[in-house]
Design a protein around this ligand. Structure first.
Ligand code: HEC
Length: 192
């Protein structure tokens, strides 16, 4: 496409003149079309209708995945046999780990090395003598609610798996480990 001098707009800035070129039709329609489309897009994804935003879809997918996984487990009981069974099960410990990362690191630290709450990686325990006690303390809380009760907040399987994860950290010796609580006592190994 070449322009003739008649198509010049009749202004000039510092001696520079310009042609009166219209925008290509396809471009204009794309522009108009995208503006016309956007209220529908917004209404569908962002108007607050549950289940449609990308976050809702992600959470649904995670929940569905967890349900499928837990269907495979059945409902775990916090008894000794079950806790020892999952203590070495890498795949399920990963679920326990994610429960820990979501709910427990604020007080126990990212490696359970201890912050406000005690270090959970050493051999000294205050409310715990056996592996069943780990699940019990998590379910019921301790220290006059300084350690919250999680029994009503976690799925029973999450509770068992986070107990296994915590028990599996024993001996992991993280850096910056907090010293044992004064009342804590050294207890026998989980399988002892
Ligand atoms: C609000 C802070 C807080 C959160 C969150 C928290 N804890 Fe605790 N936890 C504590 C405190 C404080 C104690 C010590 C209680 C005591 O002195 O008897 C404790 C104690 C424990 C004990 C017993 C330790 C022992 O030596 O007897 C276990 C096991 C434990 N927590 C696991 C967990 C798990 C698993 C989670 C996440 C599901 C969690 N905690 C979340 C503060 C917390």
């Amino acid at each position: 496409m070449s322009n003739t001098p008649e198509e010049l707009t009749n202004h000039s800035y510092d001696g520079i003149q310009e042609y009166d070129n219209p925008l290509p039709g396809w471009w204009v329609w794309l522009f108009v079309g995208s503006i016309a489309f956007c209220p529908f897009y917004w209404a569908y994804f962002h108007a607050g209708i549950p289940g449609r935003s990308i976050h809702d879809q992600y959470n649904d997918a995670v929940a569905q995945n967890l349900r499928q996984q837990f269907a495979e487990l059945g409902e775990l009981q916090p008894d000794r046999a079950t806790l020892l069974k999952y203590l070495d099960d890498k795949r399920w410990l990963a679920v326990g780990e994610s429960v820990f990362k979501t709910n427990c690191v604020s007080c126990h630290g990212p490696s359970a090395e201890g912050k406000v709450g005690p270090n959970l990686c050493d051999d000294s325990w205050k409310n715990v003598k056996t592996i069943e006690d780990v699940a019990k303390v998590i379910a019921q809380g301790a220290g006059g609610r300084a350690m919250p009760a999680w029994g009503q907040r976690l799925h029973p399987n999450e509770l068992v798996l986070v107990a296994c994860y915590v028990a599996s950290l024993r001996g992991s010796n993280p850096p910056n480990a907090k010293a044992p609580e004064p009342e804590a006592k050294v207890i026998p190994p989980w399988r002892g």
